[in-house]
Design a protein around this ligand. Structure first.
Ligand SMILES: [Zn+2]
Length: 136
């Protein structure tokens, strides 16, 4: 299997590693939105967020929080984005689950382009119903 993040875990590929334990790893994104843009991954290979085991999910999200704090503090950022792209439609390009932590500055000018939708009558309730059905 060809996976750049597994290669980083296995030291077959270089990365600026920020943190590592038995379950997780964090390193700098080589193509950052802002300097300090970091990635958190589970060491085990999961192609997307929904596949991650409970144990690895817990470890990964704890590291996301810890690293968000460190990135914000270290870079004196005004804020940060935490995001994970899942599926080609969502812009996922590396199919090993990962979270981005992107430090943000009041002056950075970066904007998420959003075309906000509106709900037709009853549509909101119908969609909520479908989602709730699959939460059971
Ligand atoms: Zn992988």
């Amino acid at each position: 299997m060809n996976c750049i993040f597994c290669d980083i875990v296995n030291r077959l590929e270089n990365a600026e590693i920020l943190y590592e334990d038995n379950e997780t790893m964090a390193f700098l994104d080589i193509r950052p939105f802002n300097h300090g843009h970091s990635l958190v991954i589970p060491k085990n290979h999961y192609s997307n967020f929904l596949e991650v085991s409970n144990e690895d999910l817990s470890a990964m999200m704890k590291l996301v929080q810890k690293l968000a704090n460190s990135v914000k503090t270290s870079l004196n950022a005004d804020g940060y984005n935490i995001l994970s792209n899942n599926g080609i439609a969502a812009g996922q390009t590396i199919f090993h689950c990962h979270f981005h932590i992107i430090p943000r500055f009041n002056s950075d000018g970066f904007k998420f382009k959003m075309n906000l939708k509106e709900y037709e009558e009853n549509e909101m309730r119908e969609i909520a119903f479908k989602i709730k059905e699959n939460l059971k």
